[in-house]
Design a protein around this ligand. Structure first.
Ligand SMILES: NC(=O)c1ccc[n+]([C@@H]2O[C@H](COP(=O)([O-])OP(=O)(O)OC[C@H]3O[C@@H](n4cnc5c(N)ncnc54)[C@H](OP(=O)(O)O)[C@@H]3O)[C@@H](O)[C@H]2O)c1
Length: 310
């Protein structure tokens, strides 16, 4: 039986409101009244909110029951001041889904859109990126990244030229696997980049050894994927209460604790937590408000989590 679109949007909205009413989050008005903390991109001087949103799981047919919930997640994120959205042609039909959502909500030009290219050859890469423009809309992406270093030398050549033509505002490379770190570091040393995107979290700190300090030295902005370790950190803390020190950094949820840990690295890392739920988008944006942990508290957070991880 087909459920009407209006009913589904209503359902998605009431799911979000229900969670807020359950006291898990502060009411949206409180978030809306306080501006989000911003991070400056070293190469361009542009300032963007210190937390973004990952769209790896925005997949599905246009008539899927999940689409109205995805739409409400984008609407909530936008309403509360969120800007940065990260996707890839590699995430199923995510570019199609979020392109449609941005068009429906009329918010394409308000958002700071990052996507990726994931092909080896020059022609294939060009085709893939032209398709991303068609699906996501607009004449310019804020960031084009080479996904997991695929075809890195060839794709860098193309995306550098497209940046000169103003099709991209910034360019970068991504990884989420420490087996790639050494090759990743070489590209960082040899090529001019505006951004890197790397996996880093309270439970996965290898990027702090070389990649994040190098980004700092070279003035490369940092996006952080897997800030929750794909949920591993939530499993580790289970239903534990927040420790007393969470109040010292204005964190009212575990998600905010995990995101504030990432954001407080001296490389000014911007986490891009993946979410498909309005109440999670609100929760995560709240991490871009209030205080961050200092070096001592960061160490205390590490001592707290380490025994809880397998
Ligand atoms: N190599 C690469 O370039 C690469 C690799 C991996 C990821 N990425 C990017 O990084 C983004 C983030 O990675 P990820 O999505 O795989 O992992 P993640 O951000 O570490 O974790 C996402 C998981 O956390 C849940 N979640 C989100 N907010 C929450 C909250 N406030 N409270 C409780 N649970 C919450 C999400 O569920 P709900 O959906 O139900 O909210 C989802 O199951 C991706 O979306 C993608 O854009 C890039």
């Amino acid at each position: 039986m087909e459920i009407s679109r209006r009913k589904l949007i209503k359902k998605a909205t009431s799911m979000a409101a229900g969670t807020v009413a359950a006291g898990i989050l502060l009411p949206q008005t409180v978030l809306a009244q306080n501006p989000l903390n911003m991070t400056t991109i070293p190469s361009s001087g542009q300032r963007i909110p210190s937390v973004g949103m990952g769209c790896r799981n925005y997949r599905g047919q246009t008539n899927s029951e999940e689409i109205p919930v995805f739409t409400e997640t984008f609407a909530t994120y936008h309403r509360l001041g969120g800007k940065l959205v990260d996707t890839s042609p590699n995430y199923g039909n995510s570019e199609t889904v979020i392109g449609n959502i941005m068009r429906e909500l009329g918010i394409r030009n308000d958002l700071w859109v990052a996507t990726k290219v994931d092909r080896e050859g020059q022609e294939n890469g060009i085709e893939r990126m032209e398709e991303s423009f068609e699906l996501l809309g607009g004449d310019q992406f804020d960031l084009m990244q080479i996904h997991n270093l695929r075809g890195v030398d060839i794709q860098l050549n193309t995306i550098r030229q497209w940046k000169e033509q103003n099709r991209f505002r910034h360019i970068g490379i991504t990884t989420s696997n420490d087996r790639q770190y050494s090759a990743f570091e070489n590209v960082m040393r040899e090529q001019p980049l505006d951004f890197i995107q790397v996996d880093y979290s309270l439970g996965n700190r290898s990027a702090t050894e070389r990649l994040l300090p190098l980004a700092q030295d070279k003035g490369i902005a940092v996006l952080v994927n897997l800030p929750f370790g794909r949920g591993r950190l939530f499993n580790a803390v289970g239903d534990r209460e927040l420790p007393d020190w969470a109040a010292e950094i204005d964190a009212s949820s575990w998600a905010q604790v995990f995101l504030k840990y990432v954001m407080s690295h001296p490389a000014n890392a911007i986490p891009i937590p993946g979410t498909t739920k309005p109440h999670h988008a609100e929760d995560n944006l709240k991490a871009a408000q209030g205080r961050l942990p200092d070096a001592n508290l960061r160490q205390e957070m590490e001592r707290f989590i380490d025994p809880l991880l397998d």
